[in-house]
Design a protein around this ligand. Structure first.
Ligand code: G
Ligand code: G
Ligand code: MN
Ligand code: NA
Length: 256
């Protein structure tokens, strides 16, 4: 409860910040963009993991305010980098959405406002949803997703393979990208344990006209295997851990 009331003040006290994890093309080896990841530096507890405070934010509805904050911050940051490094529209920013946000009636309006305000090209914004967000009220979710796609915003399914995905419905959602959960990617290295699953998800993505991003890539061997399987992009500690804004800008400068 203390954490909950502290979280209410976190934005006003400027305790929230955004880290940026690079995403790399496996065909060109180049930086394609970043995933924005929320961080909370609590005044006495130090860094609190999003795994700990996002559930609280979701229960209390604070996720609406926090989610809007990180969206604006991430869009503003990418647009600033694009100007500073003359990137035109070559990099993307991926932002995680919670189910409360997806179901919020004013979501589209707020995103429109953020795009206008930050002047980011909407095709540079990617929103990450999880499979569990797609099960209830399918028609309403498809309608929201179609409106976002109508604005050229990209849509990804995060942690793909871990939720209860209804494969028979997958093609009905206007999704651009499947992100393969790191629990599968983790073990393709030596034992080839999950190679079949990873291969299947990549094939599924391509069959449905989507691309595939491998998460949690930690070794060169995994990179080689993912390349051989035709995986499009990757992110993970092998390339870089999530970076502060400053370090991410350095990453851009050295990888463009
Ligand atoms: O970065 P880290 O591994 O600590 O993130 C833990 C979890 O928190 C991940 O599942 C990630 O998707 C989630 N997360 C991080 N940032 C955000 C955010 O801005 N919004 C939402 N809804 N989830 C986030
Ligand atoms: O659920 P989501 O995919 O949004 O969560 C992303 C989280 O995964 C981030 O909190 C990030 O810190 C973590 N992460 C990113 N790359 C790696 C990696 O290579 N290995 C591990 N174990 N975790 C990673
Ligand atoms: Mn994610
Ligand atoms: Na994930």
């Amino acid at each position: 409860l203390q954490l909950e009331s502290d979280l209410r003040d976190a934005i006003a006290h400027q305790e929230l910040l955004v880290n940026y994890q690079p995403i790399i093309s496996l065909t060109t080896g180049k930086l394609t963009g970043f995933e924005a990841l929320l961080r909370w530096e609590h005044p006495s507890r130090g860094f609190v993991s999003p795994a700990e405070f996002i559930p609280i934010a979701e229960e209390t509805g604070l996720i609406i305010t926090i989610g809007e904050w990180i969206l604006r911050e991430a869009c503003r940051q990418l647009h600033t980098w694009q100007l500073q490094h003359q990137l035109s529209n070559s990099l993307t920013i991926s932002v995680n959405l919670s189910s409360k946000q997806l179901r919020e009636p004013t979501l589209i309006k707020k995103i429109e406002q953020i795009i206008n305000e930050t002047k980011l090209n909407s095709s540079c914004l990617k929103l990450e949803l999880t499979e569990s967000m797609l099960i209830d009220n399918i028609e309403a979710v498809i309608s929201t997703m179609s409106q976002l796609r109508g604005k050229e915003i990209h849509l990804s399914i995060d942690d793909f393979g871990t939720g209860f995905s209804c494969l028979s419905y997958l093609h009905r959602f206007p999704i651009n990208t499947l992100k393969i959960d790191r629990s599968f990617v983790n073990r393709i290295g030596e034992e080839n344990e999950n190679l079949g699953i990873v291969k299947t998800i990549i094939t599924l993505a391509h069959e449905l006209g989507m691309d595939a991003i491998a998460e949690g890539v930690e070794t060169q061997q995994q990179v080689n295997q993912l390349k051989a399987l035709g995986c499009d992009q990757a992110q993970g500690y092998f390339f870089s851990k999530p970076l502060s804004g400053e370090s991410a800008e350095l990453f851009i400068a050295t990888h463009k």
